[in-house]
Design a protein around this ligand. Structure first.
Ligand SMILES: *Cc1c(COP(=O)(O)O)cnc(C)c1O
Length: 392
């Protein structure tokens, strides 16, 4: 009977509401893009992970339409029964080549990839060393695994080294980190991590969801950006951000490791295969990115311009190079008010406050896309300047 659970749920919903933690979903009546329609208004979008502007683009739509005709809508099967088409194998091969690993296994999301990774490979004899600010999907993936865990302070290499020393006796030491952290846009010190991994013989796993497609000279990811392309052992990432933005995730790594995931990984084995439209269009996205380096040039130029302009206007923007740009305001109320006014002025940005970020570190997180024009960026900067005067 639902009657015993209902009041508990109602109480919890009220608490969420009262704490100001309710996540209202904004409804779009348009495609994803630099400009979106919401509540009947057209606004510039500065809060999507559509880093290269592919998500709503004509090219992606065309690629997806063709795939629909060639491969159908769905497979009604998991991969190992009758759910593997040529397009899945092609996408795995292309992705492996792109990120520079031997093999790739597809999942329905990066969340599913991370949930299915650790328990398939590691056990009680092993230890996982995980950055304190790692994504929820890594945290939950680790929870499903019997390995011991050591949470090191965010990007603190001394703390990581201590963990490695404490766990010298373990069969496998596995370091896992986000390549780019989504709240601050800070980039994991992969060179230092790989150095420690070498000293203490550890596996390095990087979740590169906020980097695959545009970080590094060829857009391969944070490992390329940090100059450790061959030293990161395993990469997990998503097709749901820069690579077209629909859904799907993957694990890339040594061929035996990927082979074992195909045998053991529960979120792979017991879940439907990636829709062929998504697989084919994601493959197209990678090819498109490789043929259009100007998209990458544009996102870096836009990001640099926005960061500089904001700093010139006296805003606090932590030092990084990533298109995730947190504008630090400190005060939670001011942040919410600011985000609301920005939207009224046609700039869609999101405010984050405690407990999503530490207390007193409320911010508006801006995400730059290569699809933004210089004029768009100027509009956003001007809105920040004018509205912050108005509400200070
Ligand atoms: C977005 C994100 C995910 C989740 O990716 P999905 O494919 O949407 O499940 C996982 N890890 C990190 C670091 C992310 O930023």
């Amino acid at each position: 009977m639902y009657s015993s659970l209902k009041p508990l749920i109602q109480k919890e919903l009220e608490q969420i509401e009262q704490a100001g933690l309710h996540k209202a979903e904004r409804v779009l009546s348009s495609k994803q893009g630099r400009e979106i329609r919401t509540n009947g208004e057209r606004v510039l979008n500065f809060c999507s992970n559509n880093y290269l502007g592919l998500a709503g683009s004509d090219q992606m739509i065309q690629a997806a339409k063709e795939a629909l005709d060639n491969y159908g809508f769905g497979l009604s099967s998991v991969r190992f029964i009758c759910g593997t088409q040529t397009i899945h194998k092609d996408l795995e091969k292309k992705t492996a080549e792109f990120v520079g690993k031997e093999d790739v296994i597809l999942y329905s999301s990066c969340m599913a990839a991370n949930m299915g990774f650790f328990a398939s490979l590691l056990g009680e004899e092993d230890v996982i060393l995980s950055d304190a600010l790692n994504h929820a999907s890594i945290i939950d993936g680790i929870r499903l695994c019997k390995a011991q865990k050591f949470i090191f302070r965010h990007m603190d290499m001394a703390d990581l080294e201590k963990g490695m020393q404490d766990h010298k006796d373990k069969r496998v030491r596995c370091i896992v980190t986000d390549g780019v952290f989504s709240m601050d846009g800070d980039i994991a010190p992969l060179k230092e991590i790989c150095d420690l991994a070498e000293t203490y013989d550890a596996l390095v796993v990087v979740d590169d969801s906020h980097a695959t497609g545009f970080m590094g000279e060829n857009g391969r990811g944070t490992h390329e950006h940090c100059g450790v392309r061959d030293r990161v052992d395993v990469i997990t990432s998503t097709y749901g951000k820069a690579l077209g933005g629909a859904s799907g995730g993957f694990v890339a790594g040594p061929k035996e490791l990927i082979s074992l995931l195909r045998e053991r990984s529960r979120t792979y084995l017991f879940s439907n295969s990636l829709p062929p439209v998504v697989a084919a269009a994601s493959l197209f996205a990678i090819e498109y990115i490789q043929q259009h380096p100007e998209l990458r040039a544009q996102i870096w130029e836009n990001t640099k311009y926005f960061r500089e302009k904001m700093q010139q206007n006296g805003f606090t923007v932590p030092t990084s190079v990533h298109p995730i740009v947190p504008v630090m305001l400190g005060d939670a109320k001011k942040t919410q008010q600011m985000a609301k006014r920005m939207l009224q002025e046609g700039i869609y940005v999101i405010g984050f406050s405690f407990p999503v970020v530490p207390e007193g570190k409320a911010r508006i997180r801006v995400q730059i896309s290569s699809s933004h024009t210089k004029e768009d960026v100027n509009k956003a900067v001007n809105a920040f300047v004018n509205i912050s005067k108005e509400i200070s």
